[in-house]
Design a protein around this ligand. Structure first.
Ligand code: ZN
Length: 467
């Protein structure tokens, strides 16, 4: 009987106005989402005024009922004009929730796109546009969650802030201005949620179940330059150990040795153990015994035989990125250089790593210059109140998913608010495939737009659950 009822209901969905209504629900979001995607908000030179006009049209209640925080007093010399910070006052004020995203997007190489990157072309269930997954999806879902709660006449149990920087992709000061506002106003966010991990769709190979990757920390970052100096001279009389030769030996040494030792950190263990529930049998076995075998797994996965594929999880990595030296082909340069991009593992401080590198560089008669750096961020307590709240809401909305903490290799603006917040999480719980994730910052960035519904539901539930 139940079968019959279900098939009749499904038949109705397919063939009658109920189906029409269902399609309308999705198309309501996709039309509005496209309006955001159609604005070019490339960090430098994007049209943020038009973007803000579109936001006012799509989210009228957010703009009418929330306080747009005046940042002029804390900005100082910094440009705050396009930074958006909204405050929705709740019934209580002791556990402020901050939902973050960024408005800007990275530039596009239009020749390599199948569709114009700012047209927001819908093909089947996907929308193709720059910003579709990084991260106008986050901005859209957080704002729509508030818009819909307002339309329902809801009052949040706690204060809610929406914080949207216009310059995250160029390491701009947008979120630092927001941080200064919180500090000067004596506000301690209880939980900050920013972009980061996502809900990865089971692909049947690497993961057997949908996997929600909850960003619990991010690696540190440094750009370092190594310089070799010499006397130059004519190429017909080459001396031994020229600047370029020393640079080459140094790069070769780093390529073949672990300059920074691999190890299995606590967060790597927690991440792999939990992820094991989504992995196929062999990988699951490795994950579930990681407590005993962590050190061994770290060194194998970071080694040459494994193509260093696991190095990003288990060690501070160093990649050589730019190099230069001579200007003409018949003269030995008196200087050559190589730059390295370093990602610090949790527990490896910049001080410790730079000391090691300076010593190593001097063995090859190289000087070292630090161009810029930031430390690895602290790790969120996965048994703490903030993580548990996020996890419990995610479980309600995505009961089928395995939920695991995640060590992020890339940077987010969350690092600016984490030091002043009790808990900070880097995750937008929206369904995407690995190939969609690969298109981030690349060509043909796209999102399966039906995934917006659940993500909006998640943020609505999170706001209501934060009591
Ligand atoms: Zn982003």
């Amino acid at each position: 009987m139940e079968e019959l009822a279900r098939s009749i209901y499904e038949g109705l969905l397919r063939h009658t106005s109920l189906h029409y209504l269902k399609t309308m629900t999705n198309s309501k979001y996709i039309q509005d989402f496209c309006k955001l995607l159609q604005c070019n908000t490339i960090s430098n030179g994007g049209d943020f005024a038009t973007f803000h006009k579109v936001l006012r049209e799509v989210f009228p209640l957010v703009h009418a009922r929330l306080q747009k925080v005046d940042l002029s007093l804390v900005a100082g010399e910094r440009d705050y004009t396009n930074v958006l910070l909204f405050k929705w006052e709740g019934a209580n004020h002791d556990k402020p929730l901050v939902l973050m995203a960024h408005q800007d997007v990275v530039p596009v190489d239009e020749a390599h796109w199948d569709y114009p990157p700012f047209d927001a072309t819908v093909v089947d269930d996907k929308v193709y546009a720059r910003g579709a997954i990084d991260c106008k999806n986050t901005l859209f879902c957080t704002m729509m969650a508030v818009e819909e709660l307002l339309a329902n006449g809801e009052l949040p149990p706690q204060d809610v802030y929406l914080s949207y920087s216009p310059n995250e992709e160029i390491s701009g000061t947008g979120t630092q201005i927001v941080r200064d506002y919180f500090v000067s106003s004596g506000i301690t966010p209880f939980l900050v949620v920013d972009e980061g991990g996502a809900l990865m769709k089971a692909d049947g190979e690497f993961i057997k179940k949908d996997l929600l990757m909850v960003g619990a920390t991010e690696k540190g970052y440094a750009d370092v330059k190594f310089i070799a100096k010499g006397d130059g001279g004519h190429a017909s009389k080459p001396p031994y150990n020229t600047p370029i030769a020393r640079i080459a030996k140094f790069v070769n040494y780093c390529e073949n040795h672990h300059v920074f030792k691999p190890r299995c950190t606590k967060i790597a263990r927690q991440m792999l153990y939990k992820m094991g529930d989504a992995f196929p049998f062999g990988l699951k076995l490795v994950s579930k015994t990681i407590g005993l075998t962590g050190g061994l797994v770290a060194s194998i996965a970071s080694g040459k035989l494994a193509g260093r594929k696991g190095a990003m999880i288990f060690k501070t990595t160093m990649a050589f990125t730019t190099t230069g030296g001579g200007k003409v082909s018949n003269a030995i340069p008196d200087e050559a250089y190589v730059t390295a991009n370093i990602r610090f593992l949790q527990g490896d401080t910049s001080e410790k790593c730079f000391a090691k590198l300076t010593k190593l560089a001097s063995k090859f008669d190289l000087e070292m210059q630090v161009i810029k750096f930031r430390e690895a961020s602290p790790v969120v307590d996965v048994n703490g109140e903030g993580y548990k709240l996020f996890e419990s809401v995610a479980k309600q909305v995505y009961p089928q998913a395995v939920i695991a903490p995640f060590l992020m290799f890339a940077g987010t603006d969350c690092r600016h608010l984490q030091p002043i917040a009790k808990h900070a999480i880097r995750c937008t719980p929206i369904l995407m495939t690995f190939s969609q994730l690969d298109a981030m910052h690349g060509n043909n960035e796209n999102l399966t737009y039906t995934a917006l519904d659940k993500c909006i539901e998640f943020f609505k539930n999170l706001i209501q659950a934060n009591k």
